[in-house]
Write a protein that binds this ligand. Structure first.
Ligand code: UT7
Length: 338
């Protein structure tokens, strides 16, 4: 690979300098779920790869999880929250309808100088947010950004629906992104994002938006919960993940052999396995931790990143690829030199 050929025209680069994650302490096992709905550890393990997931209590809100992950990322980067220019929280389970969850995080970490907002791109929220922060750093407009994926999906889970309640968990992950003019460090090399709103109904939660306000009885009592058409998502996800990774690598003048670690959104171990087979990616180059966390939507990639680094699976200079697919529909990837 000709690394010079991939140098961007920008003078500045967006470098990941800190990472952190936090999950609530309470674990829910497959056996626990089997006592709630008609399912079994065997079915869940075989069809999804999930064994446990973390569940938040009433006090462990999205902003709380995001704040805890942020403190860890800032400490890791050795950056004071007061130096932050920008905070983005990717979430579909915000603290309140408004203001943004990011406002609560800003207050709790004391990032008084930052401007902050939430980004709703479901499971692609972290990828979209990273790409958004990247633009502000590369243009030189800002120096320090905090990008967070945080979710409390179990608060919009229908615990009577066995086809969805087995999938989701709560948690948050964060990264500190800093502007750099060091020509030897590339940081985020490339980001790509796509959306298709025509099949939005495949994955949704309808309640309490303008179409389904709290003042109106929901058309169906289950409309207050997440709805997923798992089979349709499954089929589209594998195809889109493979296409997106291949397109991204091609754009960067790389091949799959240049990738040191692929961190996919943790949606289903079988989807990840199918995609990695089609990409010809060896098992040791794909990070999977869905067995412990379930699907945590926007939080899944930064949680996996934090864990992979702490376990020594990623080192400085490695080429890592994030890829995701989810509600919207949305899909996207980031290619990063760590
Ligand atoms: O991040 C984006 C959001 N994530 C997703 O959208 C998830 C993507 N999809 C998936 O992960 C999989 O499609 C599921 C795990 C949701 C379902 O797996 P599947 O292999 O696609 O199963 P299926 O929906 O085709 O259902 C097969 C059978 C059905 O029974 P019949 O009709 O064959 O008698 C279901 O009723 O499995 C039954 N089933 C269950 N059985 C035991 C569905 N859920 C369960 C369950 N336990 N929890």
């Amino acid at each position: 690979m000709d690394r010079k050929a991939n140098q961007s025209a920008h003078q500045y680069r967006a470098i990941v300098t800190g990472y952190g994650a936090f999950v609530p302490p309470k674990k829910l096992t497959n056996d626990d779920l089997a006592s709630m709905v008609d399912t079994s550890d065997e079915w869940i393990t075989e069809r999804t790869g999930i064994k446990t997931r973390y569940i938040s209590n009433d006090n462990e809100t999205t902003a709380y999880l995001a704040t805890e992950a942020s403190k860890r990322a800032l400490e890791q980067a050795g950056l004071d929250a007061k130096q932050l220019d920008l905070i983005i929280v990717a979430t579909v389970t915000p603290e309140v309808v408004f203001p943004a969850t990011a406002c609560f995080v800003q207050k709790d970490i004391g990032a008084e100088k930052a401007w902050v907002f939430d980004l709703n791109a479901a499971c692609c929220g972290f990828i979209y947010s990273l790409a958004t922060a990247q633009q502000f750093l590369e243009t030189g407009r800002y120096k320090n950004a905090l990008v967070i994926g945080a979710e409390t999906l179990t608060k919009i889970t229908n615990w009577q629906d066995r086809s969805s309640c087995i999938l989701f968990g709560d948690g948050a992950g964060a990264v500190v992104l800093q502007r750099s003019d060091d020509a030897k460090r590339r940081g985020i090399i490339y980001s790509t994002m796509s959306s298709d709103g025509t099949i939005w109904e495949t994955l949704n939660c309808k309640a309490y938006g303008s179409r389904y306000p709290a003042s109106k009885e929901p058309e169906h009592p289950d409309d207050i919960y997440m709805h997923i058409d798992g089979r349709q998502v499954y089929q589209l996800a594998v195809r889109r993940i493979v296409e997106t990774v291949n397109e991204s690598l091609e754009h960067c003048g790389m091949t799959i052999d240049d990738v040191d670690m692929l961190i996919p959104h943790q949606m289903n171990a079988r989807i990840i396995e199918s995609a990695s087979k089609r990409l010809n990616l060896p098992e040791e180059k794909i990070y999977v931790n869905i067995q412990d966390y379930g699907n945590t939507s926007a939080a899944s990639i930064p949680i996996a990143l934090d864990e992979a680094i702490r376990r020594g699976k990623i080192k400085q200079g490695d080429i890592i690829v994030f890829v995701s697919f989810g509600a919207g529909l949305t899909w996207g990837a980031n290619v990063i030199e760590f």
